[in-house]
Write a protein that binds this ligand. Structure first.
Ligand code: ADP
Length: 163
């Protein structure tokens, strides 16, 4: 069985991520979507909230399993039989970061291959950071995040949306 893993902070999950899951899940028998704590980012949603939002919004993809973990991705992947890391790529700005991460992963765990899926054009401008910024000022979120996530963001920033 071919197992892939799609790691990210997903703070929160966007329609850009869902598109990568839908396409990535077709390349493997099972796709583990793994929420992890990125030490260089200060999160808006807790790990448990992010995991729950991912579960709710990926129900239509049969071979997805949502998990959260702390620690080393390479270790987690090998322990769970995953040999492919799937990441999404947007503009050139993603490349430098992803390139370094993929090479670092190859160095620490040569059995794992990192595979990139290009964003779909309609999602190329969507980032979790952008969504958080919009939401904290009460901005419109249509077509950028799943309805469930929109609801959660509006709850978080209720003072802005109900004003
Ligand atoms: P991280 O904190 O590891 O960068 P993110 O949650 O921001 O995690 O993103 C997880 C993955 O999804 C990354 O590979 C990122 O490039 C990709 N991604 C994020 N937004 C989009 C999008 N709109 N289209 C395609 N891929 C995306």
């Amino acid at each position: 069985m071919r197992i892939g893993i799609c790691p990210g902070s997903f703070d929160p999950v966007t329609n850009g991520h869902i598109d990568i899951f839908e396409r990535g899940s077709q390349l493997v028998d099972k796709l583990i979507v793994a929420v992890f704590e990125n030490p260089s980012k200060k999160p808006l949603f807790s790990m448990a909230e992010r995991e729950e939002m991912l579960r709710e919004t990926t129900k239509h993809i049969p071979n997805i399993e949502v998990v959260s973990f702390h620690g080393l991705l390479n270790q987690y992947a090998i322990e769970h039989g995953a040999t492919i890391i799937i990441r999404g790529l947007r503009a050139l700005s993603d490349f430098e970061y992803e390139f370094q991460r993929a090479l670092l992963m190859k160095k620490v765990e040569p059995r794992i291959e990192t595979v990139f899926i290009m964003t779909s054009t309609q999602y190329s401008y969507i980032s979790s950071t952008g969504i958080r910024e919009l939401a904290c000022f009460g901005g419109k979120l249509d077509d950028m995040v799943p309805d469930y996530v929109e609801k959660k963001l509006k709850e978080k920033f209720a003072d802005k949306y109900n004003a």
